[in-house]
Design a protein around this ligand. Structure first.
Ligand code: IPM
Ligand code: MN
Length: 381
């Protein structure tokens, strides 16, 4: 072995362990072909660990993860735990702690996969969504306030006054309703760095256009600012065309004319939404990978799908999203040839169409898909 990488593995909940097993298997096979070593280091965070110990993600674990070359992440979520606890306490904590400010999600129709958009071919669906990953409505600023009654907190009333009374002229004293608020924050630095990443990605991939997503016609403060920063950043990339799309409009165009898009850069929440749409047009969530990238730090690679508790333990889930995320991990640590091998092997298996899980109309097991991909890697020249 010439060289190696320490890869932290968090398999997570639901179908996480099953799809990750295939991902690790495939990456082991390709590392053997390419003569490098992958040292897997397992970490326990997830629903089970939380239920047993009350711990989500401790400082010590974060410190250890810091020393790894990358994090390979399955999926979290469990019906026994209130929504938001695991998501915020584990996944978002990792993204934020490591400042993985880019969430890169390729949308690419692989040969052999049928897109619901009849008539579209692999060359028509091949773009990347660069999702800002640390700001916007994900900063977690918000709360609830009661208009009247005992126990109302002064600062909550202040916020209500700011948000409602001043802006809309509502009479706060006569308005006894409860309210909840959530505030999105975007910073110049936060916007700029993810936008630069998008332009650089376009250049590196030989693409000619970057599309910026916002809702600057309604959320004028935050997304008007996003638009302003995009205009500034675009000046440094005169070789790349730019356009603005409102988030609602881009949902429509992504379905109607996916071939228009090359690189899309988007604020966090809109990126969350349009990448589920992207996953569908590339054939389904079982195929869609994601990369949480900090170009100067520790990055993390995961399938876009959740933990699918209904299918957990059945061994029928599609591991391709996780395996493709593994390919993104290899590319990120510099093993570009190994990454290409994995993607080509995935494509070969899909093209042949013999081994596929239920979501793609077949009845193969999770492990059969992993094995078929490994066989293709071994057979490559
Ligand atoms: C995703 C997920 C997460 C998000 C959740 C689980 C916090 O939907 O990775 O797209 O909203 O970012
Ligand atoms: Mn999502």
């Amino acid at each position: 072995m010439t060289h190696g990488y320490n890869i932290a593995v968090i398999r997570g909940d639901g179908i996480g362990p099953e799809v990750m097993q295939e991902g690790e298997k495939v990456l082991d096979a390709v590392s053997e072909r390419e003569n490098f070593e992958l040292r897997w280091i397992e970490y326990p965070p997830g629903a089970e660990h939380y239920l047993q110990t009350g711990e989500l993600l401790c400082e010590d674990t974060l410190k250890e993860l810091e020393r790894c070359d990358a994090i390979y992440f399955g999926c979290i979520g469990d019906p026994r735990i209130e929504p938001g606890i695991l998501e915020q306490g584990i996944l978002l904590t990792l993204r934020f702690y490591f400042d993985q400010y880019v969430n890169l999600r390729p949308v690419k129709l692989l040969d052999g996969v049928r897109t619901p958009l009849a008539g579209k071919r692999p060359e028509d669906i091949d773009f990347s969504v660069v999702r800002e990953n640390t700001e916007d409505f994900y900063v977690g600023i918000g709360g609830r306030a009661k208009g009247k009654g005992k126990g109302k907190k002064r600062d909550e009333l202040e916020i209500k006054r700011t948000l409602y009374h001043i802006k809309f002229g509502l009479d706060i004293e006569s308005d006894a309703d409860e309210l909840a608020y959530q505030i999105g924050v975007v910073t110049r630095e936060g916007c700029e760095r993810v936008m630069r990443f998008a332009f650089e990605l376009a250049r590196a991939q030989g693409k000619k256009k970057v599309t910026s997503v916002d809702k600057a016609n309604v959320l004028t403060h935050g997304y008007g600012f996003w638009r302003e920063v995009f205009t500034d950043v675009a000046k440094d990339y005169p070789d790349i065309d730019t356009e603005f799309n409102f988030v609602d409009a881009i949902c429509m165009w992504l379905v109607k004319n996916p071939e228009w898009f090359q690189v899309i850069v988007t604020p966090n929440m809109f990126g969350d939404i349009i990448t589920d749409l992207g996953a569908m047009i590339q054939g389904g969530l079982g195929l869609a990978p994601g990369a949480n990238i900090n170009p100067d730090g520790v990055s993390m690679f995961e399938p876009i799908h959740g933990s699918a508790p209904k299918y957990a333990g059945k061994g029928v889930s599609n591991p391709i999203a996780t395996i493709w995320a593994g390919a993104l991990l290899l590319e990120n640590v510099g093993e570009v040839r190994a990454a290409e091998r994995v993607l080509h092997a995935i494509e070969a298996v899909l093209r042949e169409g013999q081994v596929r899980t239920y979501d793609l109309g077949g009845n193969s097991k999770t492990s059969e898909v992993g094995n078929a991909i490994i066989e293709k890697i071994r057979a490559q020249g």
